[in-house]
Design a protein around this ligand. Structure first.
Ligand code: SF4
Length: 221
């Protein structure tokens, strides 16, 4: 029996691997970044940039019998995923992806989706099993190992399809307006307290574009 051929994705159907973490955190944040190309920095993104310093430089190094490939391009033809792994350690033939993050491991479940997507890409590219990888936290200087179990693999596929549908539909998901928002770098662009309540937003828009009384008089003069 032969395996089903991989779907042929158009360029605009490819999903960036980084989008999976954004979607896991907040679908609206994912849409603002990947659909509307809205990006802002805050303390957390600046820390993230610092954690990635050096990880964007491609290179290969070996230490204690482990070969490390940095900034490795990765993709999945089956899922239509594309991106780059910060680092991939090769312990013998088994790849072990590493994702660099700032801070500590409090939000590890979002990073786990991104990390497992990298594992699925490496499995497909190299034809070997990738049972686990790790997130390296710059703030706490700790590694958290992520096991790529069946549930996490299924979540990667589900999130990938959801992002592709969102990009194709070109619609922003509703604002979460919850505990995630104060830490979100897109808080100013998103205005969650306003956009989460359509009636309030409609009222605000009506106020915004209603001519002032003086303008009414000028128009009728
Ligand atoms: S401010 Fe809140 S609702 Fe808006 S994108 Fe960020 S997390 Fe999502």
């Amino acid at each position: 029996m032969t395996a089903d051929p991989a779907p042929r994705w158009r360029d605009d159907e490819l999903v960036p691997i980084s989008a999976l973490e954004h979607w896991s955190y907040c679908p609206r944040q994912c849409a603002l970044i990947h659909l509307e190309q809205t990006y802002d920095e805050n303390l957390y993104t600046l820390r993230g940039n610092r954690a990635h310093r050096g990880a964007d430089e491609p290179g290969v190094a070996s230490a204690r019998g482990v070969r490390v490939v940095r900034a490795m391009p990765i993709w999945s033809a089956r899922l239509g995923l594309t991106g780059r792994a910060d680092a991939v350690e090769f312990r013998g033939e088994t790849p072990y992806p590493i994702e660099y993050k700032s801070g500590s491991s409090r939000s590890w479940e979002h990073e786990a989706v991104q990390l497992c997507a990298q594992a699925l890409c490496l499995e497909e590219m190299l034809g070997v099993a990738v049972p686990a990888g790790a997130v390296w936290y710059h703030g706490s200087r700790q590694r958290r190992e992520i096991a790529c179990d069946a549930a996490l693999r299924a979540l990667v596929e589900e999130v990938t399809h959801a992002i592709r549908a969102m990009l194709a539909g070109e619609r922003l998901p509703a604002a979460a307006n919850d505990a995630r928002c104060p830490k979100c770098s897109l808080f100013e662009a998103c205005l969650p307290a306003l956009t989460a309540r359509p009636a309030r937003l409609r009222g605000f828009m009506a106020e915004l574009f209603h001519p002032a009384p003086d303008e009414d008089r000028l128009d009728s003069a």
